[in-house]
Design a protein around this ligand. Structure first.
Ligand code: ADP
Ligand code: MG
Length: 462
C-alpha cells in the first residue's frame, strides 16, 4: 500500500479524472483529500469542502472512488465522506454518532464490513478460525481431517484435498487450518496460503522475467502449503508442471499440502494425469450443502459473535428460506442487521421477504453468456453474428475460441452447450478451443494480458 495519503489520493484522482467529465472533476473533486483512516475498520475518510460537495460526491462518484482505492490497496473496506475545511474541522454524521454512542457500539453495528488484517507473510486472514466454523453433517469429515492434520502436520493425510461448491466454507476451513497452525506452533512452522490463480500469475511473471528460482524459493521453503481453488490451474501447462515439482519436493520432505477445489480431482478438465493421481493419493473430503439445522446453527453463531439480538423466529425463517449456500445466508443476515441496527426498522415477515429477494438479486448479479460475448467481441471489434457463423478467418477464430474458453472457465458451461451456443458446433471443437486458449495463456504473456483485460471488462459489466 502507498504509505502516504497524498500520494494515494493523487493516484486515485488520476483514475477518477479519466472516468468523469472535466467540469465535474474540477467542480467536485479538485478540493478533495484524504483526511484520515479508521485503521480498525479500514475505512478511508475523504474530506470535501462543504456539505453539497460531500453529498454529490458520495452519490455520484462513490463507486468509482471506492473501486479505485481498492485497486491500490485492497485492504480498504469502506469510504466515508466528511466535510473538511482547511481550517481543520472535520465533521461527519458517522464521526459524530460515534462520539455520542461510544465507539464500541458503532463498530459492532458495522461489523459486516469488518475484515481483519491479512498477514502478509502467510496470506492468512485472522477472521477465519476453527472457533467460528460451525460443524454439521455437511462438513464434519472435512473438519475432522483438518483438525487431525493440524495436530500431526505432514504425517497423517497428505495431501489433503477438500472440494465442494461455491460459498460452502472451503476457504474458511483452509484458512482456519493455517491460523490454527500459526497459533499453536508460533513461528516454528512456516504456513503459506495462496490461490491457484496467484500461483499461475507468479509463474507467468517468473517466466517473463526469467526468475524461476524465485518461485522455487517462495513455494518450496514452506512447511505447510495451502492452495485454494486449484481447479484454475487445469490446462495451464507451465504452472501445472511447476506445481507438480513443488508438490513433489514438499511431499518428499514430509511437508503438508492442503488443496481445495470446486470439484473432485477426477473432474477437473485438462488436469494432467500425474497431478490428478498425486491429489488422489491423499485424503479427499467433500463439503456439501448444509441442512436446515446447520443453517440455523450458523446464523445463531454469527449473531452471537456480533453480540446482536435478532428474534429466533426471524432466524428460523432465514434458515428455512435461504438454501443456496452459506455466503448467501451471511448476506441476508448482514442485510437484516443493517436494517435493524442502522435503520432501526422492525424486521417483520414482509420486510424479511424483501430482504431475501434483494439479497438474491445482488448475488445473482452474475456474469451472463452475453456479457462474455459482448466483452470479447467489443475487444476484438468484431460482430457477435460473425462469431456464431462458419467464418474461419483468423480475426474471428481467436475471439470465438476465447469466448468458448471463458464460457467454460467462468460459467462452467458444458462443452456440448458451449458448442451449441456458438453456431451449433461440435463439443470436440469446444474442448479443443478451451485447451488451446489455456495453453496459449501459459505460453504467451501478451496473450495472457489480453485475457486479463477481457475478464476485467466482463466483471465490470455484471
Ligand atoms: P468457499 O471458499 O467454499 O466458496 P467460503 O469459505 O468463502 O466458501 O465461505 C463463504 C462464507 O461462509 C464465509 O464468510 C465463511 O466464513 C462462511 N462459512 C462457510 N462455512 C461456514 C461454517 N461451517 N461455519 C461458519 N461460517 C461458515
Ligand atoms: Mg473460496
Amino acid at each position: 500500500m502507498m504509505n502516504n495519503y497524498n500520494e494515494l489520493w493523487k493516484a486515485v484522482l488520476g483514475e477518477v479524472e479519466v472516468q468523469i467529465s472535466r467540469p465535474n472533476f474540477l467542480t467536485w473533486l479538485k478540493q478533495s483529500q484524504i483526511v484520515g483512516k479508521d485503521e480498525k475498520e479500514n475505512t478511508i475518510f475523504v474530506g470535501l469542502p462543504n456539505n453539497f460537495a460531500r453529498e454529490w460526491v458520495k452519490n455520484k462518484y462513490h463507486k468509482i472512488i471506492f473501486g479505485s482505492l481498492r485497486n491500490f490497496d485492497n485492504s480498504i473496506k469502506g469510504v466515508e465522506y466528511v466535510i473538511f475545511n482547511p481550517a481543520g474541522t472535520v465533521f461527519s454524521p458517522i464521526l459524530e454518532k460515534k462520539s455520542k454512542t461510544g465507539l464500541a457500539s458503532a463498530n459492532k453495528a458495522s461489523l459486516p464490513l469488518l475484515e481483519l488484517k491479512i498477514d502478509p507473510k502467510t496470506n492468512l486472514n485472522p477472521r477465519y478460525t476453527f472457533e467460528s466454523f460451525v460443524v454439521g453433517s455437511s462438513n464434519e469429515l472435512a473438519h475432522a481431517a483438518a483438525m487431525a492434520i493440524v495436530k500431526d502436520i505432514g504425517q497423517k493425510y497428505n495431501p489433503f484435498f477438500v472440494y465442494g461448491g461455491v460459498g460452502l466454507g472451503k476457504t474458511h476451513l483452509l484458512q482456519a487450518m493455517g491460523n490454527e497452525i500459526k497459533k499453536s506452533y508460533q513461528n516454528k512452522i512456516n504456513v503459506f496460503y495462496t490461490t491457484s490463480e496467484k500461483f499461475v500469475s507468479d509463474v507467468v511473471w517468473a517466466i517473463r522475467n526469467k526468475q524461476m528460482d524465485d518461485i522455487k524459493k517462495k513455494y518450496r521453503n514452506v512447511d505447510v502449503l495451502i492452495i485454494d481453488d486449484i481447479q484454475f490451474i487445469g490446462g495451464k501447462e507451465r504452472s501445472e508442471e511447476e506445481f507438480f515439482h513443488t508438490f513433489n519436493v514438499l511431499y518428499e520432505n514430509n511437508k503438508q499440502i492442503v488443496i481445495s477445489s470446486d470439484r473432485p480431482p477426477g473432474a477437473i478438465p485438462t488436469l494432467t494425469e500425474r497431478l490428478r493421481s498425486r491429489f488422489e493419493g491423499g485424503m479427499i473430503a467433500d463439503i456439501t450443502y448444509p441442512d436446515y439445522e446447520m443453517r440455523l446453527a450458523i446464523l445463531k453463531n454469527k449473531v452471537q459473535e456480533r453480540s446482536i439480538f435478532i428474534e429466533d423466529k426471524i432466524l428460523e425463517q432465514v434458515a428455512f428460506k435461504v438454501q443456496k449456500n452459506i455466503r448467501e445466508l451471511e448476506g441476508v443476515l448482514n442485510k437484516i442487521i443493517f436494517y435493524q441496527e442502522y435503520k432501526k426498522e422492525k424486521i417483520d415477515n414482509q420486510k424479511l421477504e424483501e430482504i431475501i429477494i434483494e439479497a438474491s438479486q445482488t448475488s445473482s448479479k452474475n456474469v451472463t453468456i452475453n456479457d462474455i460475448i459482448k466483452a470479447v467481441t467489443d475487444f476484438y471489434e468484431v460482430s457477435p453474428n460473425e462469431i456464431a457463423n462458419r467464418n474461419r478467418k483468423q480475426e474471428i477464430v481467436e475471439p470465438r475460441q476465447i469466448i468458448m474458453y471463458l464460457l467454460r472457465e467462468i460459467l462452467k458451461l458444458s462443452y456440448p452447450h458451449i458448442g451449441e451456443r456458438l453456431g451449433k458446433r461440435d463439443h470436440t471443437t469446444a474442448i479443443h478451443s478451451c485447451e488451446k486458449v489455456a495453453r496459449d495463456i501459459n505460453r504467451n504473456a501478451a496473450f495472457n494480458q489480453k485475457i486479463m483485460m477481457i475478464k476485467e471488462k466482463i466483471y465490470k459489466m455484471s
